[in-house]
Design a protein. Structure first.
Lengths: 252, 252
């Protein structure tokens, strides 16, 4: 299931501008997301992180030409998997059917290999015994694990995540972060989060977005391989520095 | 104590109150017959009543089926096409400004004294609640699901069929419940305006001939039919939408 480095391309955002409701969120924004690495985007709420991610996903129409290009020159469309703030599971479908939603929406075959792959993914996220459960019967953490399996089932080289674990309690979030870090290894990941510790634990590079119109700071590179333990001294120091920076950049 | 027993007790209480009102008020039986007289009439004229009730039931059920089909179709067309929304939605709203009862004589003129005019009447009455609620449900799809579908490369039609329609089924169910409750009105009003059979026709004639007990017997059958229809639709909807949370069920 792992993706080799050649398959996961880098993402480049060049001269991106976006105005929402008459307010310029950012203009002339530059961002490089290295191939096969995990990039976290931090920033105060309302700064435009999610809008930037939606722009990359093609969910927002850019002003003029699309500022997003992929390192290998191929188009972005069809190579992205999206994971949102909520689990976005369909309440009428079982966990298995939710994982295979993409097939249904594209009108592709629900053949046995596809089903076997979905079952294997559900096993990887620790839900082998809940494949036929509907979302209402699952806990918040379990639901988000189904959502992670659905994202992985799409098997896209680029994965965009918008505060994927923000609705979970601290311990569940820690475990899911580790799981996501392990299972997404090798893909080009861009994650928006408001939690400095989560960003520092999971990402290969952390970018802070602040100001209005927003700018990005030079990337912070947390030391050691991800997922990092939450009690590392270097990490805690970086977290403190990041929190101070975020507080200074946030509107009063 | 289950629902059925509670319903029976309520019914018995109402009959008792009715009996007391007639006895204590010393009302003449042609103004308000007692339950005993109505029960006797139900027994002695059961063949006549069954004949007329059967016709009315067929009108109601056919009207419900036709109205639901046409209403759902209208909602789907409105949801699928922007042009349809622009051109048809105003027509739909204006059509509701014309009271259906006011055109009942016209329907009888055009479609005759037979069943067709009553079925058309019931269909017209049922069409709007179904179309309006279903369309409303189709408009209110969770935006996150639509984002997800877009990143998964879903076509508009598959998104409509696999996401928006199932998500709108609870709203459709609410419309169908209302429709089941008002369906008998359509048929009976149609029969009042001009008919040679049916419970509405029977009630009109019985009242004119001061056979008030027969009127009440017909009314009772009509109410019974309406309640059974509603319970059937409700049970069918519960079975069809098992994933829908029902807070009332938990309270019981």
């Amino acid at each position: 299931m792992s993706v080799d480095g050649a398959a996961a391309p880098s993402l480049h955002i060049h001269d991106a501008s976006l105005t929402l409701g008459g307010r310029p969120l950012f203009s002339g924004l530059e961002l490089a997301v290295p191939a096969g690495r995990f990039t976290a985007l931090l920033g105060p709420s309302g700064v435009g992180k999610t809008s930037l991610l939606r722009l990359v996903a093609g969910l927002l129409t850019p002003e003029g030409e699309s500022p997003v290009t992929v390192g290998d020159g191929q188009p972005v469309a069809g190579r992205i998997a999206w994971m949102g703030q909520q689990d976005l599971l369909l309440p009428w479908a079982s966990a298995l059917d939710n994982v295979m939603l993409g097939l249904r929406l594209r009108g592709q075959q629900h053949d046995d290999p596809a089903k076997a792959r979905a079952l294997a993914l559900l096993e990887q996220v620790g839900l082998a015994d809940r494949v036929s459960a509907r979302p209402a019967a699952l806990s918040g953490g379990q639901r988000q694990r189904v959502a992670l399996a659905r994202t992985l089932f799409e098997d896209r080289p680029i994965v965009l995540m918008d505060e994927p674990f923000s609705a979970l309690d601290a311990v569940t979030r820690l475990r899911l972060g580790d799981m996501a870090s392990r299972l997404l290894a090798g893909r080009t990941v861009m994650m928006v989060t408001h939690d400095p510790m989560e960003a520092l634990r999971l990402a290969d590079q952390v970018l802070v977005m602040s100001g209005s119109p927003a700018c990005l700071t030079p990337p912070i590179l947390p030391p050691g391989p991800a997922p990092r333990p939450p009690d590392g001294e270097a990490l805690l120091r970086l977290q403190g520095a990041l929190l101070t920076e975020l507080a200074a950049g946030a509107p009063p | 104590m289950n629902r059925f027993v509670r319903g029976l007790i309520t019914f018995a209480g109402l009959v008792l109150a009715w009996d007391l009102l007639v006895r204590l008020g010393e009302l003449p039986h042609y103004i308000l017959p007692g339950p005993d007289r109505v029960a006797l009439r139900l027994w002695s004229d059961h063949a006549l009543l069954a004949h007329h009730a059967g016709l009315t039931l067929v009108e109601i059920v056919l009207g419900l089926v036709l109205g639901t089909l046409l209403g759902s179709l209208a909602a789907l067309v409105l949801a699928a096409s922007r042009a349809a929304r622009r051109w048809l939605l105003p027509v739909l709203l204006v059509s509701q400004a014309v009271p259906v009862f006011a055109i009942a004589p016209l329907l009888v003129l055009w479609l005759g004294y037979g069943m067709a005019s009553k079925i058309a009447m019931a269909t017209l009455i049922i069409f709007f609640p179904v179309a309006a609620t279903f369309h409303d449900g189709l408009r209110r799809t969770e935006p996150g699901w639509l984002d997800l579908a877009q990143t998964m490369g879903a076509s508009r039609w598959r998104t409509l069929w696999h996401l928006r329609v199932p998500a709108a089924l609870p709203a459709f169910g609410a419309g169908l419940r209302v429709a089941a409750a008002v369906a008998p009105i359509g048929a009976v009003v149609g029969e009042w305006v001009g008919a040679s059979a049916g419970l509405g026709y029977l009630m009109l004639h019985a009242t004119a001939r001061v056979q008030t007990d027969l009127t009440f017997a017909a009314l009772l059958l009509l109410a019974l039919m309406a309640v059974c229809l509603w319970l059937l639709v409700d049970a069918g909807l519960r079975r069809a939408l098992p994933w829908l949370p029902d807070t009332h069920l938990k309270e019981e």
